[in-house]
Design a protein around this ligand. Structure first.
Ligand SMILES: NC(=O)c1ccc[n+]([C@@H]2O[C@H](COP(=O)([O-])OP(=O)(O)OC[C@H]3O[C@@H](n4cnc5c(N)ncnc54)[C@H](OP(=O)(O)O)[C@@H]3O)[C@@H](O)[C@H]2O)c1
Length: 283
C-alpha cells in the first residue's frame, strides 16, 4: 500500500465516515473535511471547508495528494471549480458515483443520474488520476425508516416487492480504500453491489430480527409516498428521481455482482449483517 495523505469529503456522512474509519485503522494519514464539529477516531484531523465554496477548501487540501469526493448536491453546478481546486493540490481523486450512470434503464432526465454522469465526466477530464465508484442502492437508505420503527413498529412505504442488492457502506468504503491507496482501480468505474436482491418487505423483516422486536411493512401507494416526501421537504428533483426509478426496478432490478469480493478480497456483507451492525439505530 503506497503511503498517501488523503482528504475525505462527506466525512461526517455514512460512506465518507466509513472511509475515514477504515483508512485510519489501516494506519493511513487521513484528514476529514467537515462543515461543523464532528467526532472522528483520535489522530484524524478534521478541517473545515464547504464544497459549495471552493476557495474554502484550500486549507483542507494543503499537503494532500489524494481526495475521496462525495458530491452532496443535486446538480453538478460548481463541480468544475471544486475539481480545479482539488487539482491545484492533489494528484488523485476517487469519486463516489452511482450505478445509475451505467444503467440503460435510468431516465435520461433523472437529476441524480445526470449530476453523477457529469461529475464522472469532469473527474475524468480533470487531468488527475481518477476512479469512479458506482454503487447500487445503499443499505443505509433504510435508516429513513428508523423513526417509524422506533415509535410505531410499522414501516409505511411503497413498493413492498421492490428487491435491491443494497450495499453496506463498509463495503463501499473498502473498495474506496483500494482506489485511494493502490493503483488497482485507476481509470476504472467499478459497479459494486450488495450480495443479493432483497425485497423491501424482507429488509423490514431482517431489521425486525436484528432488533428482536416485531416490525410490520404496510404498503402505501406510490402517489401517497410522493406526497409524503414532498410534504417532508425533500427537493422535487430528488422525489422525481428516486421513486419512479425504484418503481421501474421491480421489473428491471439492479445487477448483482461479486466486484466487492474481486476488489477487496472479502465478499460483500449481507443486509442481515448490515441490520445487525445498525440495530441500535432502530431500537
Ligand atoms: N443513497 C443511495 O442509495 C446512493 C446510491 C448511489 C450513490 N449515492 C450517492 O452517495 C452520495 C451520498 O453519500 P452518503 O450517503 O455517504 O452521504 P450522507 O451520509 O448523506 O452525508 C453527506 C455528507 O456530505 C456532507 N456535505 C453536505 N453538504 C456539504 C457541503 N456543502 N460541503 C461539504 N460537505 C457537505 C455532509 O456534511 P454535514 O454533516 O456537514 O451535512 C455529510 O458528511 C450522494 O452523492 C449520492 O447521490 C447514493
Amino acid at each position: 500500500m503506497t503511503q498517501r495523505r488523503i482528504l475525505v469529503t462527506g466525512a461526517s456522512g455514512k460512506v465518507g465516515g466509513a472511509v475515514v474509519t477504515q483508512l485510519h485503522a489501516a494506519g493511513v494519514p487521513v484528514r476529514a473535511l467537515v462543515r461543523r464539529e464532528a467526532h472522528f477516531p483520535a489522530g484524524v484531523r478534521a478541517v473545515r471547508g464547504d464544497l459549495g465554496a471552493p476557495a474554502s477548501l484550500d486549507t483542507a487540501l494543503e499537503g494532500v495528494d489524494t481526495v475521496f469526493l462525495v458530491w452532496p448536491f443535486l446538480s453538478a453546478e460548481g463541480a468544475s471549480d471544486v475539481l480545479d481546486t482539488i487539482g491545484k493540490h492533489a494528484r488523485r481523486v476517487v469519486y463516489l458515483s452511482s450505478q445509475g450512470v451505467g444503467s440503460k434503464d435510468q431516465e435520461p432526465g433523472d437529476a441524480i443520474t445526470s449530476f453523477h454522469a457529469e461529475l464522472e465526466r469532469l473527474t475524468e477530464a480533470s487531468g488527475l488520476e481518477w476512479s469512479a465508484l458506482r454503487p447500487t442502492g445503499f443499505a443505509s437508505n433504510t435508516l429513513g425508516w428508523a423513526e417509524d420503527i422506533r415509535t410505531t413498529g410499522v414501516v409505511r412505504a411503497p413498493l413492498a416487492r421492490l428487491a435491491r442488492p443494497l450495499i453496506h457502506e463498509a463495503d463501499i468504503a473498502a473498495v474506496a480504500v483500494r482506489a485511494l491507496t493502490t493503483d488497482d482501480l485507476l481509470g476504472a468505474r467499478p459497479l459494486i453491489t450488495g450480495p443479493e436482491l432483497i425485497t423491501q418487505e424482507r429488509q423490514v423483516a431482517l431489521i425486525s430480527e436484528a432488533i428482536g422486536r416485531p416490525v410490520r411493512f404496510e404498503e402505501i401507494a406510490l402517489d401517497e409516498a410522493i406526497e409524503q416526501m414532498t410534504a417532508a421537504g425533500y427537493p422535487a428533483e430528488l422525489v422525481e428521481a428516486v421513486l419512479p426509478a425504484q418503481a421501474k426496478m421491480i421489473d428491471s432490478p439492479e445487477p448483482v455482482n461479486d466486484e466487492v469480493q474481486r476488489i477487496t478480497g472479502t465478499p460483500a456483507r449481507s443486509f442481515r449483517e448490515w441490520a445487525a451492525d445498525h440495530a441500535a439505530d432502530f431500537r
